[in-house]
Design a protein. Structure first.
Length: 191
């Protein structure tokens, strides 16, 4: 019995050291990424065994791979982040953006809807879903999502610009002019 307790204590001790080491690596990787030392962050993240990677590790790897033009690998990394933690809305958001860039608007919409279920006030998910609907020619749903994006964050110029564009396409010139004026005010105040 003493031997079992002794082995259990050793396992817990070494397990916590491993966890502490992984925690330090995670923090170093986040810092390197934030400092735009991308290659160093990437190489450090690769030292973490796949089974020990956090959703944020997978997300950062996906971001780096997407920046390198390795979209299939980025897709895999974002999907792994979602599999690790289904409530990690950032992975769904980045996957939606990847699909939008790849001209897969229906797949992008699916991801943005997932984001909104997890974080209903995330204005950029509504905005990007509006952009996906624009790609599909679905102006009414695009308008609805741009309005929601503006409701949650009225200070983003692009939200107003796309709302003006969509209103013009829907033959609503007064709305188009109104949102274009908001866009111009935001741009002027930003300078």
């Amino acid at each position: 019995m003493k031997r079992f307790v002794y082995l259990l204590v050793i396992c817990l001790f070494f397990g916590s050291v491993t966890y502490a080491e992984e925690s330090v690596i995670n923090e170093q990787a986040k810092l390197l990424y934030a400092e735009n030392r991308i290659e160093e962050a990437f190489n450090l993240l690769l030292t973490i065994p796949p089974e020990a990677r956090t959703p944020l590790n997978w997300l950062l790897l996906g971001n780096i791979l997407q920046d390198k033009g390795r979209d299939e690998d980025a897709d895999f990394m974002f999907s792994q982040a979602q599999m690790n933690e289904s409530a990690f809305y950032k992975a769904a958001y980045n996957l939606g953006n990847l699909y939008l860039e790849q001209d897969k608007p229906n797949m992008a919409i699916g991801q943005f809807k997932r984001v909104i279920k997890l974080k209903p006030d995330f204005s950029y998910a509504y905005y990007n879903m509006g952009c996906a609907y624009l790609k599909l020619g679905n102006l009414k749903d695009a308008r609805k999502n741009f309005l929601l994006a503006i409701d949650y964050n009225p200070t983003v110029a692009d939200f107003h610009y796309n709302m003006a564009y969509t209103s013009k396409k829907l033959n609503k010139p007064k709305d188009a002019e109104l949102y274009l004026n908001y866009y111009n005010k935001i741009i002027e105040n930003g300078k």
